[in-house]
Design a protein around this ligand. Structure first.
Ligand code: NAP
Length: 402
């Protein structure tokens, strides 16, 4: 295993970290506790000391399983968990108010059997709570000795800047892979400049980049591999598969190539690898046992340059959610158009994206559903925030990014 310094410290964290969303089972077609426990044991055995979890994963189950293992090996792990996604009466909402955080941290400490959490991260933004109040609450937890470092996840750049102005934000956790490289434009340079470590998730694109899918797999509606990592949707599987096959031609194990490439990018602190068992853990940990050569990195770049054009034709990226129009409607998180958006016209330039709706469109996030009516004009100002994947027949003439 290779290690790197956690920002602003001499603490060594592994360049490949253990991801535990799959332990929760519910978004991953089930998981076996014994296999999850073995995955944690294997990670520690192989020196993968960075473990990422969250109360959201299996409604506390992932934290409990991690806690079961690390309670006896606390000095061997750097434990990162999260706050801000609250379940209640079958719904999930965003809550980063000080009162909620104070409740959540004690629940996480108890499940993890850990007095102190090494890294405490805001899981998703809470549009209803000023981030300054959230950061004050996290600073209080630090002063109480309940958490050692503060991190954020899925924040847009503006929010990250506001948070970092109030508290020492050590890390940003965000999606980054050979298939999803949005963060390269603004987030990575900003984080490098400010010394914020980037923790990447989805770096195997939910398993696609392991190269194990020969045909488009079928998953349940809320399965992360369909709902969160949308690389199979809207006829994209063939295009994704083409890129995977090109990467395979480099002759490296694909899962390790995917993780190795991400961890080599400037600004990346730890590349998370979601592992459902000890075998996957061992195979993924091995991505830190070798380095892509300069020649191989060049070949990957060539493949990506080609691949980007292919992928670009398959989706529209709306680069920033309009705060006024959408936050007022409570749309945040990871939105999904519920049905094909066939009845709209659209316009995109460097400044904004406009959708002129000709019919009813329902937008579904993992947490809520919002409808837009006939005749609505939805405008999104440009600037990077989150990516909306719109599943509709390919339109070749739109352009991306400024
Ligand atoms: N902050 C956030 O909002 C956020 C969001 C997402 C993830 N995360 C964190 O980041 C971690 C990593 O992301 P992720 O787990 O979502 O995605 P990922 O690491 O890209 O993919 C993980 C999945 O890929 C498959 N896989 C892993 N290793 C494999 C191997 N060697 N061979 C074949 N298949 C393999 C497994 O699924 P199957 O066995 O089912 O195929 C596994 O669950 C998460 O576990 C979580 O800790 C955070």
């Amino acid at each position: 295993m290779q290690y790197t310094n956690f920002p602003g410290t001499n603490e060594q964290v592994s360049v490949i970290g253990l991801g535990t969303w799959v332990f929760g089972g519910e978004n991953w077609g089930g998981a076996k506790d014994a296999e999850s426990l073995a995955a944690v044991e294997k990670a520690i055995e192989l020196g993968m000391n960075f473990i990422d979890t969250a109360p959201f994963y299996g409604d506390g189950l992932a934290e409990k399983l991690v806690g079961q293992v690390i309670s006896k090996k606390r000095d061997k792990v750097f434990i990162a968990t999260k706050c801000g996604l609250i379940r209640s009466a079958g719904r999930v909402s965003h809550d980063l108010t000080p009162a909620s955080i104070a409740r959540e941290v004690d629940l996480s400490r108890s499940r993890l059997q850990a007095d102190v959490i090494d890294l405490y991260q805001c899981h998703w933004p809470d549009p209803k709570t000023p981030v300054e109040k959230t950061m004050d609450a996290l600073l209080k937890l630090k002063s109480e000795g309940k958490v050692r470092h503060i991190g954020v996840s899925n924040f847009d750049l503006e929010l990250l800047k506001r948070a970092a102005a109030v508290a020492p934000v050590a890390t940003l956790q965000i999606q980054y892979s050979l298939l999803e490289r949005t963060i390269e434009k603004e987030f990575l340079p900003f984080c490098v400049e400010k010394g914020i470590g980037v923790i990447t998730y989805g770096s195997m694109a939910g398993g696609v980049l392991s190269g194990k899918y020969k045909t488009a797999p079928q998953f349940g509606k809320w399965d992360a591999r369909k709902m969160f990592y949308r690389f199979f949707e809207g006829g994209k599987f063939q295009e994704t598969a083409k890129r995977v096959e090109r990467l395979r031609s480099l002759g490296r194990p694909l899962n390790q190539l995917a993780l190795n490439w991400v961890r080599r990018q400037k600004g990346v602190l730890t590349t998370l690898a979601g592992c459902r068992n000890a075998g996957q853990t061992a195979s993924n940990a091995a991505a830190a046992e070798w380095d892509l050569s300069a020649e191989e990195l060049g070949k990957v770049k060539n493949i990506l340059d080609k691949g980007d054009q292919i992928m670009a034709e398959q989706k529209i990226r709306i680069e920033k959610v309009d705060n006024n129009a959408l936050k007022a409607l409570g749309v945040f998180g990871w939105p999904i158009w519920e049905k094909e958006v066939s009845a709209f016209d659209w316009h995109y330039d460097e400044k904004e994206v406009c959708l002129f709706l000709e019919g009813e469109v329902t937008v579904k996030t993992p947490f809520e559903t919002v409808s837009f009516g006939k005749g609505d004009l939805v405008t999104f100002p440009a600037g990077l925030s989150c990516t909306w994947h719109v599943t509709h027949p390919v339109r070749k003439h739109y352009k991306f990014g400024a």
